[in-house]
Design a protein around this ligand. Structure first.
Ligand SMILES: Cc1cc2nc3c(=O)[nH]c(=O)nc-3n(C[C@H](O)[C@H](O)[C@H](O)COP(=O)(O)OP(=O)(O)OC[C@H]3O[C@@H](n4cnc5c(N)ncnc54)[C@H](O)[C@@H]3O)c2cc1C
Length: 414
């Protein structure tokens, strides 16, 4: 048996777990350790604002059952935090002061939710959502129904929580900074589809608002004060205002960090034998010719696995098209593409926008750079092929539902 220190993965989220899997798939047979700050085996987070929050089973969120880690000889140090890394001497220090050597190290420390910085943030009844514990606490608060729930933030998390909260029969107010929900992610026209959806489900969407503070009585939140003085009454407040990449270890060790840990397309950081992947990594994308940091499940899944292969010594150039999805009420959506290229462009729609059954395409210089299918299934792969082809397409044919999408792909690829 090898006595070499092997691979150490800091972060027991989806990216860390898939990296361990990828390294084994690539034939790495040595010691492998995952240091996981949470006292849980790796789990996926999307159900935390959807199925689990709505009453689903905890086990459905696990990446693998416990036996899998034993079978693959992957040690998961649960409830342990790495407090420092030393790339020069190849040592990780853990909470408690003990150390672990490594041949190669992967930082998969993810992101943490941006907290509300104004007054009242520590009151009881104010929730952030990142971990299974956060989701369980929020579920306890929402499930009795009949509560006044105020959600600060009209992004993906805020809107998914609104959907779950309405499902339990709560009154829901969503406070958003922009004019249209999700406009930062998908622009105004597509964002308005989600705005209409929530209004129809009885959510009071209040856009172009700014929160001055949270107010309370006897340590419990009772309302959200807006700039201008209006107080929105609340029994439960959810803060969903984005996530911050957890770069603390990397910064302290002197790695290059700029909106995440900088890596090349093989997930190598500026320090030899140290890699990074997942929400925490700002990775060079060969198709874009620039770096991109992606906070989505599919990136943790696919890039995580690819990073594991890279750690194991396989030559990797990761060039997947970014992908994410959401489920809200009876709406299911998948989005593939380069948000950075689609920024500032309004999409064209193929199908029934009012009836929320369509594919939206974002075109830049005549080429599809992103596509979003809403309640239309089994098309995302085709959308990705259109994007990958980089060919100029005819917008009139793209929105013509009598022209099969497959044909456009064939033409575009020819
Ligand atoms: C509520 C919620 C819903 C989401 N829904 C969707 C969705 O519908 N679709 C989608 O595409 N994406 C969704 N996402 C985003 C997706 O879950 C993330 O992109 C993904 O979890 C990133 O995985 P990761 O492994 O990089 O990071 P994380 O999942 O954040 O895991 C990192 C882990 O590292 C640990 N860690 C950090 N520092 C240390 C340290 N020093 N030592 C040891 N461990 C450490 C953290 O505690 C954490 O457990 C959602 C996220 C949340 C929070």
């Amino acid at each position: 048996m090898s006595t070499a220190p092997g691979l150490v993965i800091v972060g027991g989220g989806l990216a860390g777990a898939r990296a361990a899997e990828g390294a084994r798939e690539a034939g790495f047979a040595g010691r492998m350790v995952i240091i996981a700050a949470e006292d849980a085996l790796p789990y996926i987070r999307p159900p935390l604002s959807k199925e689990f929050l709505a009453g689903g089973d905890r086990a459905d969120a696990d990446v693998h059952p416990a036996e899998w880690y034993d079978e693959h000889r992957i040690e998961v140090m649960r409830g342990r935090r790495a407090t420092a890394i030393d790339p020069a001497s190849h040592i990780v220090t853990l909470d408690g002061g003990d150390t672990l050597g490594f041949d190669r190290l992967l930082l998969a420390t993810g992101a943490f939710p941006r907290a509300f910085r104004g007054p009242g943030a520590d009151l009881d009844g104010v929730h952030l959502l990142r971990t299974i514990g956060d989701s369980a606490a929020l579920r306890d608060a929402l499930s009795p129904g009949g509560r006044r729930v105020v959600i600060v933030g009209a992004g993906w998390i805020g809107l998914e929580v609104a959907s779950a909260a309405r499902g339990y029969g709560n009154e829901v107010v969503v406070l958003g900074r922009e004019a249209v929900p999700l406009s930062v992610a998908i622009g105004n026209t597509a964002g308005e589809v989600f705005g209409a959806l929530h209004r129809e489900h009885g959510v009071d969407l209040r856009m172009e608002t700014a929160v001055a503070g949270l107010i309370g009585e006897d340590g419990r939140v009772t309302g959200v004060e807006l700039e201008g003085g209006e107080v929105v009454p609340a029994d439960v407040v959810v803060i969903g205002i984005g996530a911050i990449p957890d770069t603390a270890l990397a910064e302290a060790a002197g790695l290059d960090v700029d909106n995440g840990i900088l890596t090349d397309a093989a997930f190598r950081t500026s320090a030899a034998e140290v890699f990074a992947v997942g929400d925490v990594a700002n990775v060079f994308h060969p198709v874009l010719g620039r770096r991109i940091r992606i906070e989505h499940w599919a990136n943790a899944e696919n890039a995580g696995r690819a990073a594991g292969r890279s750690l194991a010594g396989e030559p990797i150039e990761y060039d997947e098209i970014p992908y994410f999805y959401t489920d809200q009420y009876d709406l299911g959506m998948e989005y593939s593409g380069y948000g950075v290229l689609a920024d500032g462009i309004e999409p064209i729609f193929r199908g029934d926008r009012e009836g929320r059954e369509f594919i939206a395409f974002w075109l830049a210089e005549g080429r599809v750079v992103a596509g979003m299918n809403v309640n239309v299934w089994d098309v995302n792969e085709t959308v990705q092929r259109l994007i990958r082809s980089k060919s100029v397409v005819d917008p009139a044919r793209l929105v013509d539902t009598s022209a099969p999408l497959e044909e456009l792909v064939v033409e575009a690829s020819a």
